[in-house]
Design a protein around this ligand. Structure first.
Ligand SMILES: Nc1ncnc2c1ncn2[C@@H]1O[C@H](COP(=O)(O)OP(=O)(O)OP(=O)(O)O)[C@@H](O)[C@H]1O
Ligand SMILES: CC(=O)N[C@H]1[C@@H]2OC[C@@H](O2)[C@@H](O)[C@@H]1O[C@H](C)C(=O)O
Length: 389
């Protein structure tokens, strides 16, 4: 564990706060879909694909999942397109097409050797730009082409309606966390540590008793730091962070950002951390890794001040849960039980992809996917657009 820095304030005692609306009565529906979910996350490691059986309210069955990694050349191409708001030129159209084709390849790999044909695909695409205050969120990857390639209806454009209504358009996964958390002790917090990190607080009042927001950086700035110094994609198993020392002064500078004090709901783009390399510049490889690992944890500790009540436990999903230094430091600094989501029987490598399958099913049922407590939408909102093959 990285020692707790003197200059950082501890989580204040949890205080009561506004709660999201409680669920409407479920709509009657007798059937289920076999739905594939596809996510290309901010860490740009590859395409996650998973299959579930669901009616959009409960998860009836969970099937296999996989990650189709991006090769370095494609990752560089993707990175070069970050920040784009338009795909309307040759490079943009090529990326839109190639992402769809790679997602089709991921679905074929997922289904290989099985007799299964999915009924539905939930497709996130890859976020190039996210600025909900300006009403803009851009995901690359052509859903119409994906539907044609696979001969299966595709639900995509899942952030657009929420952003158009004044919501943050992110995070979208909380309603899936809530569906999975039925029957578990609550309040429960699900913490996702991918490229960016986000939390879902699930209260006791039913499946829509949710508060969710992005906490701050996930592995993104740490991955970038390690890649720049070593060419490796990440601080594998936290080895570098374990060997370094925390630079408390720089951590406090990293935490001196208006986002952390801002009340939820709120969301981030990867670009919101563009200033981070400048702050850690000059540190040794190991001390930089320790300080950027501590930054992820400090942002989570700060996020706890925006939660209505302390949870009974934190369950962690996303690639960050594989980093033992990060997990131990979270446990120490939060002073609460912190476990990987596998402790409650979920698959942390497949959860986000599964969520997009679930959201596609909710779209087909016309059930809301975002809520005042998760994105700041004015009311529970449906979302997504259906592309038929
Ligand atoms: N063994 C490990 N040790 C340290 N870090 C790891 C390990 N395995 C994965 N990671 C981290 O997890 C990251 C990938 O996480 P994940 O797949 O959840 O991200 P993502 O889905 O792309 O992001 P987001 O949730 O922001 O969209 C890697 O970039 C790496 O930093
Ligand atoms: C705009 C965007 O793509 N945001 C992602 C990103 O990655 C993690 C965090 O920031 C989260 O808000 C969101 O993804 C997850 C899948 C979500 O919408 O729940």
């Amino acid at each position: 564990m990285i020692p707790f820095p003197k200059g950082l304030s501890r989580t204040p005692a949890a205080r009561p706060g506004p709660l999201g609306p409680v669920a409407d009565a479920p709509h009657g529906f007798g059937g289920t879909w076999l739905a594939v979910g596809l996510m290309s996350g901010t860490s740009m490691d590859g395409i996650d694909a998973a299959i579930i059986e669901t009616d959009g309210e409960t998860v009836v069955g969970v099937g296999p999942s996989l990650t189709l990694p991006y090769d370095d050349a494609f990752r560089d191409r993707l990175r070069a397109m970050l920040g784009r708001t338009s795909l309307d030129d040759e490079d943009g159209r090529r990326l839109h097409r190639d992402l769809a084709l790679r997602h089709a390849e991921a679905v074929r790999a997922l289904l290989k050797g099985s007799e299964v044909t999915p009924d539905l695909i939930g497709f996130h695409g890859h976020t190039l730009w996210h600025d909900p205050k300006a009403g803009v969120t851009v995901q690359a990857g052509d859903p119409a082409l994906l539907a044609r390639e696979l001969g299966v209806p595709v639900v995509a454009d899942l952030r657009q309606a929420d952003v158009a209504a004044g919501g943050e358009g992110a995070p979208l996964v909380p309603i899936y966390h809530a569906a999975l958390a039925e029957g578990l002790d609550r309040p429960l917090v699900v913490l996702n540590i991918g490229g960016v990190a986000n939390v879902t607080w699930i209260g006791k009042r039913g499946p829509k008793d949710l508060i969710a927001f992005d906490t701050g950086p996930g592995n993104g700035p740490l991955d970038d730091w390690v890649a720049r110094h070593t060419g490796e994609p990440c601080d594998r198993d936290g080895r570098l962070a374990a060997a370094g020392s925390l630079d408390e002064v720089r951590l406090l500078r990293l935490m001196d950002h208006a986002y952390f004090a801002r009340p939820a709901p709120k969301s981030l783009d990867r670009k919101d951390f563009d200033h981070v390399p400048g702050i850690v510049e000059g540190l040794s490889l190991e001390d930089g890794a320790t300080t950027l690992t501590a930054f992820i944890v400090a942002a989570v500790v700060q996020s706890a001040t925006h939660l209505p009540r302390s949870p009974v436990r934190w369950v962690v999903t996303g690639g960050g849960r594989h980093n033992p230094v990060l997990m131990d430091t979270l446990t120490g600094w939060l002073g609460a039980p912190v476990q990987p989501v596998e402790a409650v029987g979920w698959n942390g490598d497949a959860l986000e992809a599964q969520a997009f399958a679930f959201l596609a099913a909710r779209h087909r049922r016309n059930l809301p996917i975002t809520f005042p407590g998760t994105t700041g939408a004015p009311e529970p909102m449906t979302g997504g657009r259906l592309y038929r093959p």
